[in-house]
Ligand binder design. Structure first.
Ligand code: S3P
Length: 171
């Protein structure tokens, strides 16, 4: 079984994904970590040394490599993964267990304002401009996130609650 989590930066994909994978006793993969290992560079370095387009091409390549593997995995994607090329279609074709972790703009701004440093897309955005930036970004990206088979509203829920909800939907 393959489970793929999509959602904006800070939506909890990795934390929740690890929990679900542990409970289901399947492997957990974080696409960013997978790319970092394969390329021998951090995501920050890939962005600064090679540019975003280079990163997106690598992201596309490794996503497809993982999706075409035989193994049972829970894959946490990067916030932008579903929004480039045909990535979201590749995800929904590879598995019906694809889930969008939906977090409100207000909550995302709260979560991300103290966590910008290692996120190249928002590292340079001033705190007072973060809400407008994320709001616009989220609006553009929602088109892709909303193609997911399931959406879980995460505001006000613990990671355990969301993990439980993901597992309840695995029929
Ligand atoms: C990105 C999200 C990041 C990472 C890269 C680009 C994005 O992943 O892939 O910095 O475009 O939203 P997380 O969502 O895991 O932070």
């Amino acid at each position: 079984m393959k489970i793929v989590l999509v959602g904006y930066m800070g939506s909890g994909k990795s934390t929740i994904g690890k929990l679900v994978a542990k409970q289901l006793k399947i492997n957990f993969l974080d696409l960013d970590e997978y790319i970092e290992k394969a390329e021998g560079k951090t995501i920050d370095q890939l962005f600064s040394d090679n540019g975003e387009l280079y990163f997106r091409k690598k992201e596309f390549f490794y996503l497809n490599e993982i999706l075409s593997s035989e193994s049972d995995i829970l894959l946490s994607t990067g916030g932008g993964t579903p929004c480039y090329g045909n990535n979201m279609d590749a995800i929904t074709t590879a598995t019906k267990h694809n889930v969008y972790l939906n977090v409100s703009l207000k909550e995302l701004v709260k979560r991300l304002s103290g966590e910008k440093a290692h996120r190249p897309l928002i590292a340079g955005i001033k705190d007072e401009e973060l809400q407008e930036f994320i709001g616009k970004h989220l609006f553009e990206r929602s088109y892709f996130y909303n193609k997911a088979a399931r959406t879980i509203s995460c505001d006000g829920k613990s990671v355990e609650d969301v993990a439980q909800e993901i597992m309840q939907g695995l029929v």
